[in-house]
Design a protein around this ligand. Structure first.
Ligand code: AMP
Ligand code: MG
Ligand code: MG
Length: 323
């Protein structure tokens, strides 16, 4: 194994391997037929054995190698010994080979916060809509999502070819994004992707205000980012609380690594520091380009209903009084 002197490159290389491992756990649990479904806050907020084992696996794998990192995950689990067969010790060799962007080369382990969604799209997982499912690991530094890994455990599952099942994408600011072929929606066509199972009036009002040529409704925050980078959608619009920091940290980093943006509906960035509120209360707006068009179309009623956590310079600047 080659050494890479930058801590962050080691963390990303380990996160890549941990996401692959979690993806294989997600497939195994489905194969076993025993999903172990638990309802958390209701019928649209589920946890399965795959969510539990996946989180245990990622937490144990990363904290064993990087004990000083803060790791925050979706699932509330008892603090118990993790089975050795769930732990991944590997690292992605091609990530270790990359030169770390200079602004991150001296970042220390204890300065990083890792946000983990061991299974994004749990509802779709339980309903057999398998390509909506992803494993998300986001890495934040100084509150910013700087690197992200997305594993899609059932990529290609319709082909029935075991050999090509699943893939892992990753991205880092200053380096770019890897593990897929970038495609964009042709021309000025607006294809808006949004939730299929957590919709409400604010969500549909906001989607309609974008004047979309087409709307797709799909599960998973990670999956909707994949739609953006594979030319299947031009904007991910979710004007509602519901998504949490573990849903957006990894996807946001991947998108930003390609020049895209993920913000709340006001156009303000979320903070991913260790004390950040888990809920993305002011919704999610994500694009690869033309972000400003989408933020400019958000209706006043939506802006008023979803207050931003962060301070927007444009709306909070106080002009000096003229005398
Ligand atoms: P969706 O687009 O509905 O699949 O949601 C994307 C992510 O946000 C998933 O992890 C969902 O579990 C989560 N999410 C969105 N809305 C809600 C909600 N109302 N309650 C619980 N989780 C939600
Ligand atoms: Mg999720
Ligand atoms: Mg989840």
């Amino acid at each position: 194994m080659s050494g890479n002197p930058a801590v962050i490159m080691n963390v990303v290389a380990s996160a890549w391997a941990a996401a692959e491992k979690a993806g294989s756990i997600v497939r195994k649990v489905l194969d076993s037929g025993e999903l172990g479904i638990v309802r958390k806050t209701g019928d649209n907020d589920l946890q399965t054995l795959a969510d539990r084992l996946g989180q245990q696996s990622i937490f144990a794998s990363l904290s064993r190698r990087f004990p000083k990192i803060t790791i925050i995950g979706e699932e509330d689990l008892p603090d118990e010994e993790v089975r050795e067969d769930l732990i991944e010790n590997g690292q992605a060799e091609d990530i270790l080979q990359k030169t770390c962007p200079v602004e991150y080369s001296a970042v220390k382990e204890e300065e990083l916060v890792v946000w983990v969604d061991p299974l994004d799209g749990t509802k779709e997982y339980t309903e057999g809509i398998l390509d909506n499912v992803t494993v998300l690991i986001g890495i934040a530094y100084k509150g910013k999502a700087i690197a992200g890994v997305i594993n899609q455990p059932f990529y290609n599952y319709q082909l029935g070819a075991e050999a090509n099942l699943g893939r892992t994408l990753w991205g880092m600011l200053g380096l770019g994004a890897f593990g897929f072929q970038l495609q964009e929606v042709p021309g000025e066509r607006r294809i808006v992707t949004t939730t299929r199972s957590h919709s409400n009036k604010l969500v549909t009002d906001c989607v309609n205000a974008m004047e979309p040529h087409e709307v797709t409704r799909m599960g998973g925050a990670g999956n909707k980012i994949l739609q953006l980078i594979e030319g299947k959608a031009s904007a991910y619009v979710f004007a509602s609380p519901g998504c949490r920091k573990w849903d957006t940290c990894g996807p946001e980093a991947l998108l930003r690594a390609m020049g895209g943006e993920l913000t709340d509906v006001h156009g303000n960035a979320y903070s991913y520091d260790a004390n950040a509120k888990h809920m993305n209360s002011a919704g999610v707006l994500a694009t690869l380009r033309n972000h400003q068009y989408y933020t400019s179309r958000v209706p006043q009623s939506v802006l008023q209903a979803l207050k931003s956590d962060s301070v927007s310079l444009s709306s909070h600047t106080t002009l000096p009084q003229s005398s």
